[in-house]
Design a protein around this ligand. Structure first.
Ligand code: NCD
Length: 320
């Protein structure tokens, strides 16, 4: 596994949450909380990353993640570029390394990468100059660390910091979901009481993944007494054409409707990383209803990315 820290122990890259301690995660969440603002309020900003240049390189579609990294960088005074690139096997070898060398020559300090091929982000991180940080904006089905952090922050805001009392249900296409894997890592590190996986057999992860989680094949069984219901998007782009489920049938069996949500605790919160398929994973009534924290997740995304950018890039700014 790639070492994400510098020799002084400070975080240089963020590609996975798997090797972060509870204290490191807690400190990132506390840092993020300082950048959360109410809807409609003037968002917090400062110049702490003035002179730092961040390049977003997303080779898979993204709205929330890319825009929030961009806003996060700008609100800390950094220069932010969005670069069209090919990094994966689609354009491997020389061209990927050339791209990195070119960006280094232009004094880029932070690369934020989303890619559909496992391992590419880590490969870039191994190759970059020592002063450059690499952040994952989502790696294939493997990991989405800033999403994991923003999900944990959202849960903390509504349910408090003691995760040991909480039952969290992940519902839907867990097998192909990087959001679910990062949620597992962060919730486990924070000592979550119970983590449940609910989905059809073909969307369940292999048995060796998600150790310690209880598995259910019907929401009617798995949602009982849940404090947090985290819905996942069906990752059609990671499935064979033939295995993509029929939308109406899926909604009938697994879609989160108001009657189904009643199975969870009365004060349960509903999460979804977006983009939502309304009427397939979730009804509009629930997505826009009083238990939904989906907009708060998006807002928290900017705060988390500010904290992560500041954590990895500030030592560079200070010339350490
Ligand atoms: C997710 C992603 O791309 O991993 N979206 C996001 O980052 N908010 C979830 C998804 O696409 O299903």
């Amino acid at each position: 596994m790639l070492e994400q820290r510098r020799s002084d122990g400070s975080l240089r890259h963020l590609i996975t949450l798997a090797d972060l301690s509870r204290a490191e995660i807690q400190s990132l969440l506390d840092h993020s909380a300082r950048y959360v603002s109410d809807a409609g309020a003037r968002p917090p900003s400062n110049r702490s990353l003035n002179g730092i240049t961040i390049a977003n390189m997303f080779t898979e579609p993204s709205t929330r993640t890319r825009v929030s990294f961009e806003l996060a960088g700008r609100r800390l005074g950094a220069d932010v570029l969005n670069i069209e690139v090919q990094l994966s096997s689609r354009a491997k070898g020389e061209s990927m390394l050339d791209t990195i060398r070119t960006l280094e020559a232009m004094h880029i300090d932070v690369l934020v990468i989303r890619d559909s091929e496992p391992g590419v982000i880590e490969e870039v991180a191994r190759d970059v100059a020592p002063h450059v940080s690499v952040l994952s904006g989502g790696e294939a089905h493997v990991s989405h660390p800033t999403q994991g952090l923003l999900d944990a922050l959202t849960i903390t805001q509504r349910k408090g910091a003691d995760f040991s009392r909480l039952t969290v249900a992940l519902v839907g296409d867990i097998r192909h979901s990087r959001v679910a894997r990062s949620a597992y890592e962060v919730l486990t590190a924070l000592g979550v009481g119970q983590l449940r996986l609910i989905g059809p057999a073909e969307m369940m992860p292999p048995p060796e993944e998600f150790p310690g989680c209880r598995r259910f094949h019907a929401p009617e069984d798995g949602l009982a007494q849940a404090d947090v219901v985290m819905m996942l998007r069906i990752q059609k782009e990671r499935m064979l054409e033939a295995s993509i489920p029929d939308g109406a049938e899926y909604f009938a069996r697994f879609g989160l409707t108001a009657p189904r949500l009643k199975l969870a605790k009365a004060d349960a919160i509903v999460m979804h990383p977006g983009p939502m398929n309304r009427g397939i994973e979730i009804s509009s009534e629930v997505a826009d209803g009083p238990q939904s924290v989906i907009r708060a997740q998006v807002r928290n995304g900017v705060a988390v990315r500010m904290a992560v950018l500041e954590t990895v890039a500030r030592p560079r700014r200070l010339g350490v």
